[in-house]
Design a protein around this ligand. Structure first.
Ligand code: PLP
Length: 384
């Protein structure tokens, strides 16, 4: 019997048992180095080739467009820094205020680290966290003197936000970026394996993904790079990943990631239907309490950000923890004061609600009884 409820699937997910079984041979038996020419290495190289093909099929890409990384953070850093530190003249990066820190801090590093050659511009999200098309247009078409010296622009907007789940109009934003001569990257870490992704239809140049968010192993992910989009090597060393990302491949994790992604993609609608149902149960059950449901109606299934009036998110988290329920908070606490996260700040929530923010993120292992127990526990805590 389960003694706890895990409702923090936006932070990480349980490893899928088929993925685990598929990984085992490459850890225990077929552990050869994929770069070696003997049969033992060739087995590993073949497994990587098949996994790359499977992953590419899941997002309608070509296998040559998939580059394995250590996860979402590396993929984001690669896409942003590959652009920000490229050798051409003045560059502009346009991003949104609610991006993950893997993008925001990579942007800052580009701005600081290259003798002022990269400038970063931030789009202000609306109250649902959405990036409006007209705001991207006006940033890309600001007065001529502001863009006169700029030789190239990258727009980086996340597919779905990790704290509030809001899904962005990526296809439209990518089109606007291209119409204005810019490249387009999306951090799709929260979306891949949870909503249908077709990179060709979306028209993105770069897309980041992370395996542990879709029931694959931790420490592995990938960056999609559209054929023809500029890219240069991130890690220097050996010739792995077509000379773009050096380092001996983690064959088992690559294989596990492919199995998990394929399985999730095959059940994407079924899983989403179940998660939206859990959301409905939770929100209806909490009816009567004073809270705001953050984010947009168009959001990642199962990602529910709630802000309770005059409550403290950290305290709610710890009280739920004592009851065996794992959720997370939209605010990071330091010893001096509770800080409101950059996402909650950006959507401009009233302070008396903002401080009481928690994120409940259901995954495919959660059940209706989990939702009901969370409702009962929250009711007890909040009305106390
Ligand atoms: N981007 C988003 C939107 C995320 O939610 C996360 C992880 O929470 C990351 C990037 C970083 O991914 P990883 O944990 O694989 O480095």
């Amino acid at each position: 019997m389960k003694h706890y409820i895990y409702a923090d699937n936006a932070a990480t997910t349980k490893l899928d048992s088929d993925a685990f079984e598929a990984m085992k041979p490459y850890l225990l038996d077929d552990y050869g180095n994929a770069s070696q020419p003997y049969f033992f290495g060739k087995k590993a190289a073949h497994a990587i080739k098949e996994a790359r093909k499977t992953i590419a099929e899941c997002i309608n890409a070509s296998p040559e467009e998939i580059f394995f990384t250590s996860g979402g953070t590396e993929s984001d850093n690669w896409a942003v820094k590959c652009f920000g530190f490229s050798s051409t003249g003045i560059r502009h990066i346009v991003t949104s205020k609610i991006e993950h820190h893997a993008v925001l801090n990579a942007c800052k590093q580009c701005e600081m680290g290259d003798s002022g050659k990269t400038d970063v511009f931030y789009i202000v999200n609306d109250k649902t966290g959405t990036v409006l098309a007209e705001d991207l247009v006006s940033i890309l078409q600001r007065p001529r003197e502001a863009v006169a010296s700029c030789e190239s622009t990258l727009v980086s907007v996340m597919f779905a936000n990790n704290e509030i789940g809001t899904i962005q109009p990526i296809k439209e934003l990518a089109r606007i970026a291209h119409d204005n001569g810019a490249l387009f990257h999306t951090d799709a870490v929260q979306a891949v394996g949870h909503v249908k992704i077709d990179v060709k239809d979306l028209g993105v140049d770069y897309l980041s993904a992370s395996s542990h968010k879709f029931n694959g192993p931790k420490g592995i992910g990938f960056l999609y790079v559209r054929k023809g989009a500029p890219i240069h090597s991130f890690h220097n060393g050996g010739a792995q990943e077509n000379g773009m990302r050096a380092g001996t491949e983690d064959v088992a994790s690559i294989v596990g990631m492919a199995v998990a992604l394929k399985k999730n993609c095959e059940a994407i609608e079924e899983n989403a239907g179940k998660l939206y149902q859990l959301e409905r149960i939770l929100l209806e059950g909490l009816n009567g309490l004073d809270f705001v449901h953050n984010g947009s109606n168009n959001h990642i299934p199962g990602n529910i950000s709630l802000s309770f009036k005059n409550k403290d998110g950290e305290a709610l988290l710890h009280r739920l923890d004592l009851m065996g329920i794992c959720v997370s908070t939209g605010s990071a606490c330091d010893s001096v004061k509770t800080q409101i996260s950059h996402v909650i700040q950006a959507i401009d929530l009233q302070e008396d609600y903002a401080k009481g923010t928690i994120r409940i993120s259901f995954g495919k292992s959660n059940s209706e009884s989990d939702a009901i127990l969370i409702i009962e526990s929250l009711k007890k805590i909040v009305s106390n």
